[in-house]
Design a protein. Structure first.
Length: 268
């Protein structure tokens, strides 16, 4: 008989970490407990807390929920997938990332980059929604390709960042973008290493690079999200001047970046 789509190890993907070594109920212990919880379920609330407390009243709770809720769901589904390695867990893990990207594109994709046939944000919502539905249905055809397709979207995001940096003279913005790309490069290197060089890491008994991916991509998002907000303010609220800051201090080795807004100049 065919195994249930909820059954343990029914997924088409199995990462390099050995299964059920440290726990009888958690398939990939380090990919589940040590990294997914830390990366998404702790860093995301910390980041969003800084936006709510420290941003100068520019963003409502609803606007913050648009980003933090999908990220938290992605973390929860990642924990479920690596705990069970089930087919349902795999699809939820991958589709939650797809839906998070869809939300980000829908609300924060700069209108200056809309296709010529798209005139308003409402039309772009429809385009993003239809594309997301089609992509979701296609995800069931060959699930093993989903992760590669999702990673390819990063190149488009890097291209958009590069386009925005060419119009920005703020050194802090360029530095934050460079740090974001550094964390992303380390993350994708870890992901590829775990996927393609598993035989090597198992030979030296160090099959943990996918868990590194979780931490590193979360660190990249920690810098990516304020950049998105920074550029969004530049387009949507041109009378304000956004400024990147770090909590608790610039001098700390590990910081949480956020955006502050200078009060607009009053017109006479």
């Amino acid at each position: 008989t065919m195994p249930s789509i909820f059954s343990y190890e029914s997924a088409e993907v199995d990462w390099c970490e050995s299964n059920f070594v440290r726990s009888a109920v958690i398939a990939e212990y380090y990919n589940t407990d040590g990294t997914s919880l830390l990366s998404f379920l702790l860093l995301t609330p910390l980041n969003s807390w800084c936006w709510r407390v420290l941003v100068w009243g520019a963003f409502s709770e609803l606007q913050l929920c648009r980003l933090k809720v999908p990220l938290l769901l992605a973390g929860v589904f990642s924990v479920y997938f690596h705990m069970t390695l089930s087919y349902v867990g795999q699809l939820l893990d991958e589709l939650s990332i797809l839906w998070t990207l869809a939300v980000a594109y829908s609300f924060w994709y700069p209108q200056a980059y809309f296709p010529r046939c798209i005139k308003t944000r409402r039309h772009f919502f429809w385009l993003t929604g239809i594309t997301t539905v089609i992509s979701t249905l296609m995800s069931f055809i060959k699930p093993t390709l989903n992760a590669y397709a999702l990673n390819c979207i990063a190149f488009h995001l890097l291209y958009l960042t590069w386009q925005e940096l060419k119009k920005c003279n703020d050194r802090r913005v360029h530095r934050m973008a460079a740090v974001m790309v550094m964390w992303w490069a380390l993350a994708i290197t870890s992901w590829i290493s775990d996927r393609w060089l598993c035989w090597l890491w198992q030979a030296i008994n160090f099959p943990y690079f996918h868990s590194f991916w979780h931490v590193l991509i979360a660190m990249s998002l920690l810098y990516c999200c304020p950049l998105v907000i920074y550029f969004d303010v530049s387009y949507e609220m041109p009378s304000f001047k956004p400024k990147l800051e770090y909590w608790p201090s610039d001098s700390w080795p590990v910081v949480v970046p956020y955006v502050t807004l200078e009060e607009p100049h009053k017109q006479c």
